[in-house]
Design a protein around this ligand. Structure first.
Ligand code: 26M
Length: 822
């Protein structure tokens, strides 16, 4: 094809049609009579890809020529969601593409639905990484997302007999049109073995790491478009392959099958995403995954520097490396190893470079979620890194002893090695010591880090700490997910809000216009009808779009308290049973979320919710005033249908447990009101929308701590609240388990005797707050006003704002606008 770029990749409808048909024929090898929906999707995807390659190449050229400072975002997870719709929006050709497909007699929405979403993440942390690379591209900040190209992403969840059943996610089955393999940039990663220390003839000390295994890491690049600019940054995901060069025969002389087995096992490294959103100890393969992608990424950055003839002493000037939680924290030791062992940099120089390079984001306050690796396991996988960590620790603890003479308790608390029992490497400590900046993800979270989890580090280095409240990208979560609302907003205040979300403020006066409110309601109503159709298909339950859609979607966790919402539903149900003619505005309770496959209590919570649905949805006495559905397989794709259709957003975690939450922000943007605790970013949401426009309940964090300290006895709360007693007894006696009084026993007993997340203490306050929600809902005009104000005041929660904060305080990476090559 010898046409110039501008012609071949033209952004008009006719050119799109032409390249769609070309791709159907030349790439898919099909003609229309034989083509499947998936062929059509792929043909369109390739047509779009041709249109973004020009931006991608231009961006790379611009960055190279400018020698631009680059942000490397290291994350074990990127929960991207489908690319096609998003790329069309960012290129500004969504409507053209839709029109083109329609004119070819195809159903555009059906084509979009063909894409298998890359679900390479568990939940909030992985989705945050996806929102952040979107915002970096939109803000024209040179950046690379580095992660793992898992062959199997987060499992598909189906619900069978009310229980979660997991199926593998073969997302690559039909190929992935959005990635480009870059075998020429493959790198080698060592694992296992032992080290040798030698004094050379010139008097220097050298360390050799003799590994027992080698794995090769092959990068796959996906372009990440900015919104209507010329920037296309890169998401670079590493895939593990058996290396050609490692001479297996030497090790397995005559053992052909043994050699093949070893090859296969090295490819296991990037096989599957661990489906837990918490650290589970002892998982060797998980540590190998972390080291694998970190080593690949740092070697890649070194290659880039060498390509630009930059000396490694300037590493921290070329790259700002952000650690998304401790999953990539081994990077601190790996960069030291690369600089000192492989590039012969003196230790002190290398340590300065390292500390100036890294910054660490913490995402959890839960002590059990902090990553620690048993020392023997760590030594087995990374013998050289353990030595380096010991050396870092020795120097660090010397500094601590100088600062706090005689305070050996503090030294033990700060140490990179937990020696209180069996020894562990503490990854959060490694991250803190090796970074110049440490941040939490919401104001409360950061305060609790400083006063609690990382208190000793805060006392040592207060200036390293800052808050960076999370945000979400309005491109995916409003423009793509909610086209109806986008149209109304843009017709009212112009399109600037898409890049400058603060401008949604201009909607505030419109909350007083009856006409605007009525438009606003029509849109919500249309979104609810669309979701009702999905619910009918997936759950086989008819729900009324005129009922209040009360939604809780997020990972299933005891601290997120989906079971508190369940207790409230049962309380309502009992009320209806007691007063059959009670005036109750109809409500549809919608739940969604995955449970970690090994988390038994979370799976039981799902079973409880579906059990309640089975009873309530069928009971004629309820007369459709209550419906309870569990929408299976909550994902980015499903989220895009759910957030725009929600009236009420449930953010009910125990105060002090949810680092930030980001679903709360997606709901708010799309006009849902929040019922929530003083936890995570809920506090900041309430601050911007005003107390009158937020349904607050529950204990505050200090109150939770006080109750904990005085000795919390949930059974007393149960005995003192007749309604709570009735609700719990009903579950215990098998009312929601077809008479089986043993099924929910573990859940009921845990609540009665432990209740570590204070459901019983918050129950009364929650039920009363829900009562206020109900009273507000029936005043339709008031509710709509509140809904508009929630959306109008959501500007703070754009990930563009988060990224501006990071770059202002931590990265100092200037924007580099891109000029298109033609
Ligand atoms: C760790 C070790 C082994 C296997 C898996 C993990 C692991 C994976 C994901 C641990 C934690 C993971 O995610 C935690 C997470 O999603 N945290 C959430 O981060 C969001 C973004 O900052 C916050 O909004 C949420 O409050 C926080 O729970």
């Amino acid at each position: 094809d010898h046409r110039p770029l501008s012609e071949r990749a033209a952004l008009n409808k006719e050119a799109l049609k032409q390249s769609f048909l070309d791709n159907l024929f030349h790439t898919q090898g099909k003609f229309p009579a034989l083509a499947s929906k998936s062929d059509y999707y792929l043909a369109l995807a390739y047509a779009v890809r041709e249109r973004l390659l020009q931006r991608w190449i231009s961006t790379a050229a611009e960055y190279m020529q400018k020698g631009a400072r680059t942000v490397s975002y290291l994350s074990a997870e990127f929960l991207m969601g489908p690319h096609l719709g998003n790329n069309l929006i960012n290129l500004g050709i969504y409507d053209e593409a839709k029109q083109a497909m329609t004119e070819l007699g195809l159903n555009f929405d059906e084509l979009l639905a063909q894409e298998e979403e890359p679900g390479l993440g568990n939940g909030g942390l992985g989705r945050l990484a996806a929102c952040f690379i979107d915002s970096m591209a939109t803000l024209e900040i040179p950046s690379l997302g580095y992660g793992i190209r898992y062959e199997f992403g987060i499992f598909h969840q189906s619900i069978v007999d009310g229980w979660q059943v997991e199926k593998t996610d073969k997302w690559l089955r039909y190929g992935n049109p959005w990635e480009l393999q870059r075998p020429e940039w493959a790198v080698q990663v060592k694992l296992g073995g032992y080290t040798e220390h030698r004094s050379e003839e010139d008097g220097t000390l050298t360390v050799r790491w003799i590994p027992s295994r080698l794995v090769s890491g092959v990068p796959y690049d996906t372009p990440i478009l900015g919104y209507r600019n010329n920037t296309a940054n890169t998401l670079r995901l590493w895939s593990a392959q058996a290396p050609e060069s490692f001479d297996f025969e030497v090790f397995n002389r005559g053992d052909y099958y043994g050699a093949v087995m070893q090859k296969m096992s090295s490819e296991n490294l990037s096989k599957v995403l661990y489906p837990n959103d918490e650290h589970e100890g002892g998982k060797e393969l998980r540590l190998e995954q972390q080291y694998f992608f970190v080593s690949c990424s740092l070697q890649d950055m070194i290659r880039i520097m060498q390509g630009q003839r930059l000396p490694l002493e300037h590493f921290h000037e070329k790259f700002a490396v952000q650690l998304n939680d401790t999953h990539p924290a081994i990077a601190v030791a790996e960069l030291m190893r690369l600089l000192v062992d492989e590039h012969k940099m003196p230790w002190n120089r290398a340590w300065q470079v390292t500390c100036k390079t890294f910054a660490y984001t913490n995402h959890t306050l839960m002590p059990e979620a902090l990553e620690r690796w048993p020392l023997p396991l760590f030594k087995k996988v990374l013998p050289r890194h353990l030595e380096i960590i010991f050396e870092i620790n020795a120097r660090f603890l010397d500094e601590v002893r100088r600062r706090y003479p005689g305070d050996s308790a503090r030294v033990a608390r700060l140490s990179l090695i937990d020696e209180s029992g069996p020894r562990y490497v503490r990854m959060a400590h490694l991250a803190c010591v090796g970074s110049h900046a440490i941040n939490g993800v919401a104001e409360l979270h950061t305060e609790l880090l400083k006063s609690d989890v990382l208190r000793d580090f805060y006392e040592l280095w207060p200036n390293k700490f800052s808050n960076k409240t999370n945000g979400v990208t309005p491109r995916r979560w409003m423009v793509l997910a909610n086209p109806r609302l986008t149209r109304l907003v843009s017709d009212s205040i112009g399109e600037d809000w898409i890049k400058h979300l603060d401008q949604l403020q201009k909607l505030e006066p419109l909350a007083e216009s009856a006409d605007f409110r009525s438009h606003w309601r029509e849109i919500k109503r249309a979104n609810k009808r669309a979701l009702a159709e999905v619910i009918a298909r997936r759950c086989n339950v008819a729900v009324d779009p005129d009922s209040m859609f009360d939604v809780q979607v997020k990972r299933i966790h005891e601290y997120k308290r989906q079971h508190l919402a369940a207790l409230h539903i049962i309380a309502l149900y009992l009320q209806l049973k007691a007063q059959p003619n009670l005036e109750l505005a109809p409500r549809t309770f919608i739940f969604g979320g995955k449970a970690a496959p090994g988390y038994r209590m979370a799976k039981l919570m799902i079973k409880l919710i579906t059990g309640i649905g089975d009873v309530v949805n069928r009971d004629p006495m309820v007369r459709d005033r209550l419906k309870v559905v569990f929408l299976p397989n909550f994902s980015v794709t499903n989220g895009q249908r759910i957030y725009p259709a929600a009236d009420l957003s449930e953010q009910i975690s125990t105060a002090g447990k949810e680092a930030s939450g980001t679903g709360n922000m997606k709901f708010q943007m799309n006009g849902a009101l929040t019922i929530g605790t003083m936890d995570g970013a809920n506090i900041e949401i309430r601050e911007v929308v005003g107390a009158d426009n937020f349904f607050l309940f529950g204990l505050t964090t200090p109150q939770v701590y006080a109750l904990q300290a005085q000795g919390y006895r949930p059974h007393d709360w149960y005995e003192q609240d007749p309604q709570l007693r009735e609700v719990i007894d009903m579950i215990r006696d098998g009312y929601f388990s077809r008479g089986d009084a043993s099924l929910f026993r573990p859940l009921v007993d845990s609540l009665l005797w432990h209740d570590p997340y204070f459901l019983f203490a918050d129950f009364r306050s929650y039920v009363e707050c829900q009562q206020r929600v109900g009273e507000t809902w029936v005043d339709t005009e008031r509710w709509t006003r509140m809904s508009i104000l929630n959306s109008a005041r959501s500007g703070k929660f754009s990930s563009d704002r988060s990224i501006r904060d990071y770059t202002k305080d931590i990265w100092h990476a200037p924007s580099v606008p891109v000029e298109l090559l033609t």
